[in-house]
Design a binder for this molecule. Structure first.
Ligand code: DGI
Ligand code: FE
Ligand code: FE
Ligand code: FE
Length: 188
C-alpha cells in the first residue's frame, strides 16, 4: 500500500477534522525526522495510519481485545481512548495488509508510549501531541522541550498526560508510567 492508498483508507474512516489532524501529524513527524533522524518513510506511513481506528465502535474494539491473545486483556480496563491505538495496529495489519512490524508497533504505542521506545516510536508519539492543531495548555510546553531534545519533548508530553489523567481521576495505563519512568531514569 503506497501513501496515496493509505491516505484514501483513512479519509474514508475518519471525520474531516481528524483527517486534517492526521495530515498535520505527518508533517510534524517529518520535521522531527529531519531534526532527529529516523526512517522518514516508515514514520510517514505510520503517521498517516495512526488514528485509523479512532471512530470504530468501542464495543467492536473491546471484543477484538478479548479475541486476540497477543493483545493484553488488561487493555479493556483503562477506558476506551486507548483501544484505537492497539486495536488500530491490528486492523491496519488485517484490513490494509500492512506487514511492517515497525510501522505496526508505532501505531500500537502512539497513545501510551512504552519502555524502551524506538526513535521512530518517539517521533510519532510526540508529533501526535505537538502538531500545530493542538491548542491545549501543555502542547506549547512540549513544543519548546521538543525544540532542543526529542526525549525531553516526550517526557513533557508523558508527564502532562499523566497529570491530566490524574486530574480527571482516570486510570493510567501501566505502559504510560513505564515510559515516563524510563525517560526520567535515562535523563542526562
Ligand atoms: O487519538 P488522538 O486524539 O490524536 O491522541 P491520542 O492517541 O494520544 O489519544 C489521546 C487520548 O488518550 C486522551 O483522551 C487521553 C488518553 N490517554 C493517553 N494516555 C492514557 C490515556 N487514557 C488512559 N486511560 N490511560 C493512559 O495511560
Ligand atoms: Fe490517537
Ligand atoms: Fe486476527
Ligand atoms: Fe492522533
Amino acid at each position: 500500500m503506497n501513501e496515496t492508498e493509505a491516505y484514501e483508507a483513512v479519509r474514508h474512516s475518519l471525520k474531516p477534522a481528524r483527517y486534517e489532524h492526521t495530515r498535520r501529524v505527518v508533517q510534524t513527524a517529518e520535521e522531527l525526522c529531519r531534526k532527529y533522524g529516523g526512517d522518514t518513510e516508515k514514520v510517514r506511513k505510520a503517521a498517516i495510519l495512526h488514528d485509523y481506528a479512532k471512530y470504530r465502535p468501542a464495543e467492536e474494539m473491546r471484543k477484538k481485545v478479548e479475541e486476540h491473545p497477543e493483545l493484553p486483556s488488561r487493555l479493556n480496563d483503562y477506558g476506551d481512548e486507548l483501544l484505537h491505538a492497539f486495536v488500530g495496529a491490528l486492523f491496519v495489519k488485517e484490513e490494509l495488509g500492512i506487514s511492517d512490524e515497525d510501522i505496526i508497533q508505532m501505531i500500537a504505542v502512539h497513545t501510551t508510549g512504552r519502555k524502551n521506545m524506538t526513535l521512530e516510536e518517539k517521533i510519532l508519539f510526540l508529533a501526535d501531541y505537538i502538531e500545530p492543531g493542538r491548542t491545549f495548555s501543555g502542547a506549547e510546553k512540549a513544543r519548546e522541550a521538543a525544540a532542543s531534545s526529542l526525549d525531553e519533548g516526550c517526557l513533557t508530553a508523558l508527564s502532562q498526560t499523566i497529570e491530566f489523567l490524574v486530574s480527571k481521576r482516570t486510570a493510567v495505563y501501566p505502559d504510560t508510567f513505564e515510559a515516563y519512568n524510563d525517560f526520567i531514569q535515562k535523563r542526562k
